[in-house]
Design a protein. Sequence first.
Length: 241
Amino acid sequence: MARFKIIFKEYGESAILLEWPKKIDESILADICNYSEILNAKNIKGITDINVVYASMLVNFNNQIIKASELVDVLKAVYQNKDSITFFKGKTIQIPVCYNDEFGQDLNTFLQQKNMRKSEFIALHCKTTYTVYGIGFLPGFLYLGGLHKKLFIPRKTTPNLKVLKGSVAIGGEQTGIYPQNSPGGWHIVGSTPLNLFNANSKLPTFLKAGDKVRFKSISKAEYDLIRIQITSNNYQFKEVV
């Protein structure tokens, strides 16, 4: 696996920020995810948490156990000496989406701007295997790369004051999913019935950077059925092989 020039920065008193070349690139993300898996496997003394997003990694640590300068040396050595074995194996999850007008509040305007039929839009939005590049700005918000170029669109100049939980949206060259009600400046094109974030769970999100997502178009009736299954804890996430 390729090696990249990484910048190491102290980030407060108990974190190190690692920055790869600043661009959305799947080879960079794969390198970061692989490196993260290697660090986790080594169980380095003092590291408490590792977060990956786009072209960066934040390594949190206990500064009573290891100094920042010492940890930077360790991190550099691990990266320089990592072999070509790929440790990271992300999963691919199917996410059902209903594109009905009641959920896609911006979809008709989007289609008019693109001079596109709804059927063409759904086909393009569902044909891609997306890569999870990061989770934020809200806990559980999925930033998904791999959007078809025909669907690129600038973010809204005036954000919506309220975007509903589960809303599937497009902003710039990405698509994403809102895990909870919030303001938002992306174009809302549909909704998933799935819960993407659970603060009470040991793993609050079921996806992480480097995982993959496939969308599947569903009807309103299927949407309602899945909501019932989720409420009764009978829904199983579908992993794509």
